[in-house]
Design a protein around this ligand. Sequence first.
Ligand SMILES: [Zn+2]
Length: 255
Amino acid sequence: MSILAKANAKKLLKDLFLDEPGKIDLYAIAGCENIFIEERDLSACEGELVFKDSIGIISVDRKLVEQGQKKFTIAHELGHYFNSGKKNGSYFCSGLDIRGIKQSISAEVDANDFAAELLMPEEWFRSFTKGKRFEKKILSDIAEYFGVSLSAAAMRYAEAGSHPVAIIMSKDGVVKWSRINNYFPFKFIRTGSSVSSSSYAYEFYKGEKISDEVETILADAWFQEDFNYKKDYFLFEQNIPMYRYNAVLTVLWEK
Ligand SMILES: [Zn+2]
């Protein structure tokens, strides 16, 4: 996670005396900076920020139906503004960038880091998840408490959670990136490898309806190349599909 982006979000929360998730009003934060927020139909982007001469506008794609995703998009655009030091600039952000499917442009990753820290501050996140065993419900509890999407909750958990968890982003049947926390028994998934036919995520790429239930799976489906690979080692797998982008965020944790 970008230290600077995280520090920018922390400073903003502190400056505005925001001390609980319910008090974070992105419209008010933007208003204080002379930035207006509108919803309109965007074609190639899910969010945009144009800021020039002390005035700005954030546009959010009207087609976004999920409130958590909309909120994250606005926070992402605010991230560009604060991370740039409030400089004039224009940002046209695709869903691939905002949803973290693609992680190749550092300004986009930094804007996501800012958004994650603003909406799910590390300290609050740790105290909310402390002492709770990881299970399917915890992701929906996090998403509800912080007002974010399930995928944003899962990505944050892989960074700041305390239970052994790995998350894998795949698109078009290929692993794009993975994030594995320190407590997880396996550490290596090859970026660019094909999603294994023995995983549940593979069903999505076969065009089958993907279950939103937790499934039990052998570690072989994801970690055959891992140095610590063990035979007959079972994990839980839950998948969060992103139909519009033919992508899946897979969450794995220890049984
Ligand atoms: Zn962006």
